[in-house]
Design a protein around this ligand. Structure first.
Ligand code: HEC
Length: 150
């Protein structure tokens, strides 16, 4: 009986979080989510940048850990721009995003694929490749912010 109740609870929790948009209680919540994702991206990226600049000593395992995190983190923000009401939640997102959603989303997808390339370079442990992949990855940030962020 107890086990059945727990199973039923579990199923209801899982199905709630799996239904479209319900990860966010309202538009403001979706803004919190995308901003939090960007902050985590920033932290993980900054640590790799510091190692590549020699500001902290280079640690190949740490680069791999950061690049692996980035490969997942970069996939997170985008759904929080397309839930109903996402454009009315405040934050620093420009209205231009929703007038050019295909362009915006393809820039998001490019960030994800550049993060995957960076992770592959980190896994292979080739510093020259990591440097190149990191440069390509980092270019996406400013390019998108210039157009779509206040
Ligand atoms: C496809 C567009 C796009 C790309 C690519 C992008 N960003 Fe952003 N970023 C945004 C938008 C839009 C916002 C504003 C979000 C909001 O306030 O709702 C933002 C906000 C941020 C913020 C502020 C979050 C907060 O707490 O308010 C940080 C930090 C950030 N981005 C870092 C990065 C970094 C680092 C990269 C590159 C690795 C990056 N972004 C790539 C669009 C992008």
């Amino acid at each position: 009986m107890k086990k059945q109740l727990i199973t039923a609870l579990f199923i209801s929790i899982v199905s709630t979080s799996a239904s479209a948009g319900s990860a966010f209680s309202d538009a403001k919540d979706s803004v919190t989510y995308r901003q939090a994702s960007f902050q985590l991206i920033r932290h993980n990226m900054a640590d790799i940048a510091d190692m590549l600049k020699g500001e902290v000593s280079y640690d190949a395992e740490r680069v791999t850990k950061r690049a692996t995190a980035l490969a997942t983190l970069t996939s997170l923000p985008w759904e929080a721009f397309t839930v109903p009401g996402a454009e009315q939640g405040g934050g620093d997102a420009k209205a231009a995003i929703w007038q050019n959603l295909d362009d915006f989303n393809s820039r998001g997808a490019k960030l994800v694929s550049d993060a995957a390339t960076l992770k592959a370079a980190a896994d292979a442990g080739d510093q020259a490749e990591i440097r190149k992949a990191f440069g390509n990855f980092a270019r996406n940030c400013k390019a998108c912010h210039e157009q779509y962020k206040e």
